[in-house]
Design a protein around this ligand. Structure first.
Ligand code: FEO
Ligand code: CA
Ligand code: CA
Ligand code: CA
Length: 598
């Protein structure tokens, strides 16, 4: 833990104005430079990025993926409790790919196998050994054994209650112990023992199933009935690793086809960045849904480990996991994520809240399931159908839960609720108070007694929107320095500044008063909010972390030029000219060498 920096102001920078520029804007006195853009070679034979996007699928497997999202900096000496701020492992998600930008002339149907291979390799996670030079510039450490690409084709292990269950047996893993790859990795998490967690969000759309009767494990999550999002199942020449995205029943037994393949997605995946030979673990006890990310309550010796994760879809839920065995610093590890109880949140209109167990050993839960006519055969069946279990329990339907963040001192938990334009006036409640909620809000709560408590108290921290938007019951009224919409990324730095990142749609950026997507800083006590960064055109600003000395900040810029055609790019960031846009990390420093945000 970094000692608190008390000699500098919490938010001393001058707020910047909203803008529609094709560049990254930061406050006076700060510098910003792109780093680790899509296509940067990081491993293997280090194939150079080709500006016309003519790199092959095999080359993409050795390069940084696309659409950077969640990110963390692990100091290189972290395993010995060190806090090195000039060398470490940057680990980041690559949520999805833009085929119009990924391929020289865009995607072709039916899909050529190498285009599909390249798209699969553009997904996943990058582990990058980085070092700050004496010039102040950050560089990749070439040939480091830690540099690693994990893709949508990397072998992974299923762990926890669902491992070996009948509903995860596939032709690839007839005993249901393994699967390949992780997809649509949005936000992330960091365990108290220093591993990286990546969250599988909108995985369902990558799969198709044409069966007349689709199982609830597919239909409740949106597995498609026509084709997968990128038509990977049509790759020609075909191969098992592509055809598995067709989850239709094609054979007599589940071990002869891929009907269960979608059931091996929708999980939180643990990756040990310091052990490059380790196999990623899908931690099934944490539930299966459109995991946005995961955030831990402060781990307390001899107490259960507690984590929170939101399901980012309209009218879905916020969950909490409580380990069955206590946390001990000296023995902490992935086993704590394999055995626990999953709860879902009910936000009562009086400002109280309850955690509702989703567990076959809980009599109240099983009585509700029975009354609803829903049968769960065992706990693995509950976890595979987490959304249905939460429906049955009577949880509160939220306005798209995105990132969570835990205040470093108070332990209060904040969650971004990005927007929900489908909520009607009749469907509003105190926790989701606006019909047609186009601009979103941030909710927060504190647990009664301790993190594992079954009850909490909540309030709304911030209603997002245009200048003049007020948050009832507070002094907060948004102004030209703070107006924004669709909060998504959240992170508390160790000083207690809440960083808020936005994911406004292309039309919300072009039609609204908010300008491009951005990052703001908020004081959780005074509710002062100030805009710190504006991204380039049609990007999303997502993922933020600092070095332990708080003097280097890394922020991810995802999908600049989001609405590009293969022959018409709507952003040329970061390379400029007429170049294709590239997702990238940006490195932010204060010109006087001080603490970021101060
Ligand atoms: Fe990938 Fe919910 O944002
Ligand atoms: Ca997000
Ligand atoms: Ca989002
Ligand atoms: Ca995104």
């Amino acid at each position: 833990v970094v000692p608190p920096v008390t000699a500098v102001p919490l938010m001393g920078f001058a707020a910047i104005a909203a803008n529609r520029l094709d560049t990254v804007t930061v406050p006076e006195g700060y510098s910003v430079s792109p780093f680790l853009a899509w296509g940067t070679p990081i491993t293997g034979t280090y194939p150079a990025f080709l500006a016309d996007a003519s790199n092959s699928g095999a080359e993409q497997e050795m390069q940084i993926g696309m659409n950077h999202d969640g990110i963390h900096f692990f100091p290189i000496d972290q395993r010995s409790a060190g806090e090195n701020s000039t060398e470490g492992l940057l680990v980041m998600n690559h949520e999805y790919v833009e085929p119009n930008v990924l391929h020289t002339a865009g995607p072709v149907l039916p899909r050529p196998a190498d285009q599909v291979r390249k798209e699969i390799a553009g997904h996943g996670v990058s582990v990058v050994h980085v070092q700050r030079q004496s010039s102040g510039e950050w560089q990749l450490v070439n040939n480091s054994p830690f540099n690693r690409r994990i893709t949508a084709n990397t072998p992974m292990e299923l762990s926890g209650p669902v491992r070996g269950h009948a509903k995860v047996l596939t032709k690839y893993s007839p005993d249901g112990s393994r699967t390949r790859g992780t997809i649509n990795n949005c936000a992330h998490g960091v365990t108290p023992w220093g591993t990286y967690l990546t969250a599988e969000e909108n995985w369902a759309g990558y799969f198709m199933n044409t069966d007349a009767q689709r199982p609830r494990e597919h239909s409740r999550y949106g597995v498609r009935t026509d084709n997968g999002r990128y038509f990977w199942e049509t790759a020609t020449p075909g191969a098992d690793q592509y055809q598995r995205f067709n989850a239709s029943t094609l054979a007599a037994e589940a071990t002869e086809d891929y009907r269960n393949e979608p059931n091996t997605f929708g999980w939180i995946v643990e990756i040990d960045p310091f052990n490059p030979d380790s196999m990623p673990q899908k931690r099934t006890a944490l539930g299966r849904f459109a995991h946005e990310g995961i955030v831990f309550a402060d781990a307390v010796e001899e107490q259960p480990l507690v984590a929170y994760s939101g399901d980012d879809a309209r009218n879905e839920y916020i969950y909490k996991y409580v380990s069955n065995t206590p946390y001990y610093h000296n023995t902490a590890g992935g086993h704590l994520l394999n055995d626990g109880i999953l709860y879902v949140a009910r936000f009562n209109d009086d400002g109280s809240g309850d955690w509702l167990a989703l567990d076959v050993t809980n009599a109240d839960f099983m009585a509700k399931a029975s009354a609803a006519g829903v049968v769960f055969s065992d706990q693995a069946d509950v976890l595979l159908n987490t959304r249905l279990a939460a429906d049955v329990a009577g949880a509160t339907k939220m306005d798209r839960p995105e990132w969570g963040a835990v205040h470093p001192d108070t332990g209060e938990i904040y969650f971004a609720l990005t927007n929900n334009t489908s909520r009607t006036e009749q469907q509003t409640d105190a926790a989701n108070p606006r019909a047609n909620n186009a601009t979103g809000h941030i909710i927060r709560w504190h647990e009664r007694d301790n993190a594992a408590a079954m009850a909490f108290d909540w309030d709304i921290f911030l209603l997002a929107g245009d200048v003049g938007t007020a948050t009832p019951g507070t002094d907060l009224v948004l102004n030209a320095d703070s107006h924004h919409a669709s909060p998504d990324g959240l992170w508390f730095d160790p000083r207690g500044v809440l960083w808020i990142q936005t994911d406004m749609s292309g039309s919300q950026q072009s039609s609204g008063p908010f300008g491009n997507n951005q990052m703001l800083a908020a004081d959780p006590v005074s509710r002062e909010v100030k805009r710190f960064l504006v991204g380039p055109r049609e990007c999303e600003v997502t993922g933020v972390i600092m070095t332990p000395d708080l003097k280097t900040m890394f922020v991810n810029i995802q999908h600049p030029g989001d609405r590009s055609a293969a022959d018409n790019f709507t952003s040329n960031w970061p390379d400029g000219g007429s170049n294709r846009p590239r997702s990238a990390t940006v490195v932010i420093t204060k010109d006087d060498g001080g603490v970021i945000g101060s």
